[in-house]
Design a protein around this ligand. Sequence first.
Ligand SMILES: CC(C)(COP(=O)(O)OP(=O)(O)OC[C@H]1O[C@@H](n2cnc3c(N)ncnc32)[C@H](O)[C@@H]1OP(=O)(O)O)[C@@H](O)C(=O)NCCC(=O)NCCS
Length: 311
Amino acid sequence: MNGIQIVSTGRALPKQVVSNDDLSRIVDTNDEWITARTGIKNRFKCEEETCVSLAVEASSKALENAGIDKNEIGAVIVATSTGDYVFPSVACMIQKELGLNEEITAFDLSSACTGFLHGLSVARGLLPTLGKKYILLVGSEKMSKIMDYSDRSTCILFGDGAGAAILAESDNIYYQRCWSRGNNELIACKGVGEESSYITMNGQEVFRFAVTVLNQAVSQILTDAGLTMDDIDYCVCHQANSRIIQHVAKRFKGHEDKFYVNIERYGNTSAASIPIALDELWQEGRLKKGMKIICVGFGAGLTWSSALLQV
Ligand SMILES: CC(C)(COP(=O)(O)OP(=O)(O)OC[C@H]1O[C@@H](n2cnc3c(N)ncnc32)[C@H](O)[C@@H]1OP(=O)(O)O)[C@@H](O)C(=O)NCCC(=O)NCCS
C-alpha cells in the first residue's frame, strides 16, 4: 500500500457570524468591495471558542462519522498557526479531550494555509510505522487573534474554524507534490514576544503568487498521475479568494464546476479551509467512495502542495 484514504471528515465553526456589513462598522470597507474583490460574504469569529475547542469538536464529528474504535488512532496531527499556546500543542489537548490512548504521536504542524496538505504528506509517511490503523489530521485556526482590525486589506479576508479527517493506508491512487520558497516579505506573522503579532501581507503580490502556483500545482499532479481533468470529480483548493480559484478554473475549460468554492460563508480559514470544504462535500452527499479529487494548498512560507487521491 502506498496511498492514503480519507475515511471520514468533520467540521466545527464558532457561533458568531461576522458579515461584511458588520466589518464595515469597525473599518473603512463595504460589502460591495469585499464581495467583488474576494467573493466573501461572511466569516466566523470566536468568542468563547478556542483553537482547541474547535479542533476537538471537528475531530469528534470525524470520529463519529468514521464509526471506528478511537484506540485505533496512532497519531494526531494538527495543522495550525494559531494554537492557544506555543505549548502544549493543540494535538496533545485533543488526545486529552477525546480520551485517546496515551501511546500516540501527537504534534502540531506549522505551515500556514498549506498545513492540511503537509499534514497529508506527513501522515502518509507515518501511517505504515505506527502499528495502528488511523491518523487524525486536523486543521484548526483562530485567525481572528492575529488580525489587525484596523488593516482593511487583511482583516476582511480571514475567518475562524476547524476541519478534521480520519486517514488510513490504502491501495487507492495517491500522488502528492510539495514546494517551498522561503519569503518573509509577502505574507508573515511574527507572533509571540514581538511588538506586532498581526498578519502583514502584500495582497497583490500574494494574489499573483497564488494564481501561478495553483495552476502549476494542479497541472503537475495531473501529469504525475497520467490523468486529465476529465478523470477528476472535484478540485478542492485552499479558499483564499474566489477570484484566485476562478482564475485557475478558467484554464480547465469545461471543468470550472469541479473547482469547489465555499469562501462566501467562511472567508479564509487557513489550514482549516480544505478539510471544511471536504466535510461539506461529504455531508451534502456529493463526495462518493471511489471519486478522484485534487486538493491544493498554498500560502505563507511560501509553500504550496497538491495531492491527487481517491476517496
Ligand atoms: C487583498 C486583496 C483582496 C486586495 O484586492 P486588490 O484588488 O489587490 O486591491 P488593492 O490592494 O489593489 O487595493 C485597491 C484599492 O482598494 C482599497 N482597499 C483595500 N482593502 C479594502 C477594503 N477592505 N475595503 C475597501 N477598499 C479597500 C485599497 O486601499 C486601494 O485603494 P486605492 O486604489 O485608493 O489605493 C487581494 O489582493 C487578494 O485577495 N490578495 C491575495 C491575499 C490572500 O489570499 N492571502 C492569503 C493567501 S493564503
